[in-house]
Design a protein. Structure first.
Length: 221
């Protein structure tokens, strides 16, 4: 074989190798990628708000299990609404989840928030309640009616939380309603994504807890 023929064969072999390598890389690029994993959120650390040293301990309450008639017990999706388009439709973010159902996260936030200056007994649904200093605590019943990232327009959105609270005094002759009200908080979201909605919902929940604490104090509880 002449030198020129050898060089030509060598060049052709290199070209073939490069072509095979390109085809292999192209084949790898079209292979299916593993699905993205959902990001899981909770409320994060609770804001620290120390009570004044002179503030007296408030009466204990029994916090019943928070109910959410409009949400499935196992629902953990971060939900949003397009109020400017289809306000009645609730949509889930595809890759955003709560670590637990929102009703449980709200329950925990209420328990810890209200418990800063009082004893909070859990499970106030039953008729038999332990007594605190010889008295049965009033029962706080809460329904979570709205908990979603609501878009008022394509650019403006809020974390929307609405709770309905009832304070009941259990008496041998029957329950006595001490007070009932609805708390609504709409916290502006910094962006139009799930993470911004989660932060706004967390802040709105903390606002509702603070408002509920003030309401209980107005009722003398």
């Amino acid at each position: 074989m002449s030198v020129s023929s050898f060089a030509t064969a060598r060049t052709n072999a290199l070209r073939l190798a490069v072509s095979v390598a390109c085809l292999w890389l192209a084949g790898c690029s079209v292979l299916p990628k593993p699905p993205a994993q959902p990001v899981r959120y909770d409320f994060g650390p609770e804001p620290v708000a120390a009570a004044p040293a002179s503030q007296a301990q408030r009466p204990a309450i029994a916090l019943a299990e928070v109910e959410a008639p409009g949400l499935r017990d196992s629902e953990t999706s971060v939900l949003y609404r397009l109020a400017y388009a289809d306000a009645q439709v609730v949509r889930p973010y595809q890759l955003a989840r709560w670590t637990r159902p929102p009703v449980q996260l709200v329950q925990q936030r209420l328990s810890s928030g209200l418990g800063r200056d009082r004893a909070v007994l859990l499970g106030g649904d039953g008729t038999a309640q332990p007594k605190v200093q010889g008295q049965s605590p009033a029962v706080l019943k809460v329904e979570l009616e709205e908990f979603s990232h609501v878009f008022l327009s394509a650019q403006e959105s809020v974390g929307w939380v609405r709770l309905r609270a009832s304070l009941v005094d259990r008496q041998p002759q029957g329950d006595v309603l001490l007070g009932q009200t609805t708390f609504i908080a709409q916290q502006p979201a910094a962006g139009a994504d799930a993470a911004s909605g989660v932060r706004a919902l967390t802040q709105a929940t903390d606002k509702v807890v603070a408002d509920m604490q003030a309401w209980l104090q107005q009722l003398g509880r």
